[in-house]
Design a protein around this ligand. Structure first.
Ligand code: AR6
Length: 188
């Protein structure tokens, strides 16, 4: 019998959680920026930064909706999946589809490197100003619908730092019942 895959919601600083692959909310250059991207680059250190510079030179960065992998350097993970979410304009610029692609391409990359446990922040909901409720519905919807496709990934952790966004994730996840998944919400 297939083991049930796990979905976990935690309120934490994503850079502190030990996982196989941590997803970063990156930009198209992959060279770092503000928000979480800044913290991840700072904590991961020089070897990871060098890997991003190489990807920038080799591939010209990463288009919106796509993802690239590097080593995780000094973070408690093996890999960083740099996913590029869309900047929210007015909802008429394919933002929802691009956010959905950022999640599914991040999962594809994580599975390619055989990550078992993958952590996600709430991509695009900070500097890129994507509405939080819609972003959470897309994040959870995309992960849940595509997770059965990935043979290596057996756990996805949504790591949400701010309380209003955590509440949104909690509301959605606590109303989900899927016999193929084990959904756990960490009490704050
Ligand atoms: N742990 C978990 N979540 C966090 C953490 C943390 N340590 N820090 C922030 N968040 P953002 P974006 C949440 O702005 O909106 C950068 O300049 C935060 O509360 O980091 O995708 C890049 O280079 C928010 O909910 O990323 C891009 O140019 C979420 O992470 C641009 O910002 C994402 O916030 C990307 O914007």
């Amino acid at each position: 019998m297939n083991k049930r895959k796990k979905i976990l919601l935690v309120r934490e600083d994503i850079t502190k959680l030990a996982v196989d692959a941590i997803v970063n909310s990156a930009n198209k250059s992959l060279l770092g920026g503000g928000g979480l991207d800044y913290v991840i680059h700072k904590k991961a250190g020089l070897l990871m930064k060098q890997a991003c510079i190489e990807l920038n030179k080799l591939k010209g960065g990463c288009p919106t909706g796509q993802a690239e992998v590097t080593i995780a350097g000094d973070l408690p993970a093996q890999y960083i999946i740099h996913a590029v979410g869309p900047r929210w304009l007015n909802g008429d610029h394919n933002e929802a589809d691009l956010l959905c692609s950022a999640y599914s391409n991040a999962l594809i990359k994580a599975n390619e490197v055989r990550a078992k446990k993958v952590s996600f922040p709430s991509i695009s909901t900070g500097v890129y100003a994507f509405p939080k409720q819609l972003a959470a519905e897309i994040a959870i919807g995309t992960v849940l619908s595509t997770l059965p496709n990935y043979s290596f990934i057996d756990e996805v952790v949504f790591v949400i730092k701010d309380s209003d966004n955590y509440q949104i994730y909690q509301n959605i996840l606590s109303n989900l019942h899927d016999e193929h998944l084990e959904i756990k919400i960490e009490k704050t």
